[in-house]
Design a protein around this ligand. Structure first.
Ligand code: ADP
Length: 184
């Protein structure tokens, strides 16, 4: 039987990490969080410098990383990938035959993303790329200009399932809406 590949997409601070954690408490996924994997690299590496500027890591690096961590023995949960239309096309080309790919777009307005990032800073998360307001602005601009077209491409892509979930409300209500589209 084909395994599931659940992909959480959405802007900065929409709660991809929170909902991933909640999903993993319910089911045993092979979990991939591309941002955390890149942020764990040494601070003098080329990729760390790209991230500190609030820019995207080149697609070729992503393909290498994702290929090295995808397994076919378990359902997969992916957070942070794809973020460009080229990555989205590669995802469908590489995985749509082998997995039941389900892209879940976590949809919230930008004011809420900014408020949630501020909350993360206030809580003392200590992420260097959150503390720099210019880098946060750049990441949000990249989300709207680069990742949103990838989301729109996936919305119309053949061979995968796509759900648009409103996650502006309370965490538990949002999570129930995510579970509802997963069960459909
Ligand atoms: P955020 O979603 O708040 O930007 P992440 O922890 O998901 O934070 O990602 C941190 C950084 O890692 C991003 O700003 C980007 O530089 C890099 N990154 C993560 N995933 C990707 C991806 N799919 N494509 C390109 N760069 C990525």
């Amino acid at each position: 039987m084909k395994k599931d590949m659940i992909i959480l997409m959405g802007g900065q601070g929409v709660g991809k990490g929170t909902f991933s954690k909640m999903l993993r408490e319910q089911h045993d996924y092979n979990y991939i969080e591309t941002g955390a994997m890149f942020r764990a690299l040494p601070s003098d590496s080329e990729i760390a410098k790209i991230i500190a500027r609030g820019e995207l890591v080149p697609d070729a690096e992503l393909f290498k990383l994702v290929e090295s961590v995808v397994t076919d023995d378990k359902d997969m949960l992916i957070d942070g990938f794809p973020r460009t239309t080229a990555q989205a096309e590669w995802l469908v080309k590489t995985f749509a035959d082998k997995y039941n790919v389900h892209v879940i777009y976590l949809n919230v307005p930008e004011e809420i993303m900014l408020a949630r990032i501020q909350k993360r800073i206030n809580a003392g998360g200590g992420r260097a790329d959150d503390a720099d307001a210019a880098a946060v602005r750049r990441r949000l601009d990249t989300f709207w200009n680069v990742t949103m077209p990838a989301i729109e491409w996936l919305r119309g892509a053949a061979g995968i399932k796509f759900s648009d979930v409103d996650v502006t409300g309370e965490v538990d209500d949002n999570f129930n809406r995510i579970l509802a589209v997963l069960e459909k």
